[in-house]
Design a protein around this ligand. Structure first.
Ligand code: SF4
Length: 168
């Protein structure tokens, strides 16, 4: 599991994550190959995973738009929190493809990030993620799962990941 920057108590009060404006939003979580298999092994309905290896959103029972199929709107919690996908563990950080470079970015729409981006704790977490994601195992994982390297808007670049040209 990836270490978390945002405290759970903050996340549980927030109305941002796990909700999407469009059914095909780039923000819907994309799964690693092994995560697709793990979820299938858990007997989840096949319709929960789409052809792009993303979790299919469902209509938001509390309003407009969509929510992740694993989101419990009544408790504001993830129903698969202990086995949630890599992308969800990494959020509010995201792996982003920009100008042929693979960069770690952070979502500027996250209220906790807006308040804490200049704090020491944020810089320490970026340093931790830089070591973690630039490790040989994680770079290999990214090479094996190019589907999770996407193009997000409204994000700030924090570090470049050291994938070699031709690896993407
Ligand atoms: S898997 Fe869990 S954490 Fe990830 S988007 Fe769905 S409800 Fe949220």
């Amino acid at each position: 599991m990836i270490r978390q920057l945002v405290p759970e108590s903050v996340c549980l009060k927030c109305q941002g994550c796990c909700r999407f404006k469009e059914i095909d939003s780039v923000w819907t979580p994309c799964l690693l190959e092994e995560e697709v298999q793990d979820l299938i092994d858990q007997d989840i309905p096949p319709a929960y995973i789409n052809m792009q290896k993303k979790i299919s959103p469902v209509p938001n029972p509390k309003g407009e738009g969509f929510v992740c199929a694993f989101f419990a709107s009544e408790s504001n919690k993830c129903k698969i929190y202990t086995i949630r996908p890599f992308e969800c563990q990494l959020y509010p950080f995201l792996i982003n493809l920009r100008d042929k470079k693979v960069v770690l970015t952070v979502d500027l729409n996250c209220p906790y990030i807006k308040e804490n981006i200049s704090k020491k704790e944020f810089k320490e977490h970026v340093s931790y993620l830089s070591s973690y994601l630039n490790s040989p195992e994680q770079l290999e994982m990214l090479k094996d799962n190019p589907q999770i390297i996407q193009a997000y808007e409204d994000v700030l670049d924090v570090i470049e990941l050291k994938l070699l040209d031709g690896d993407k």
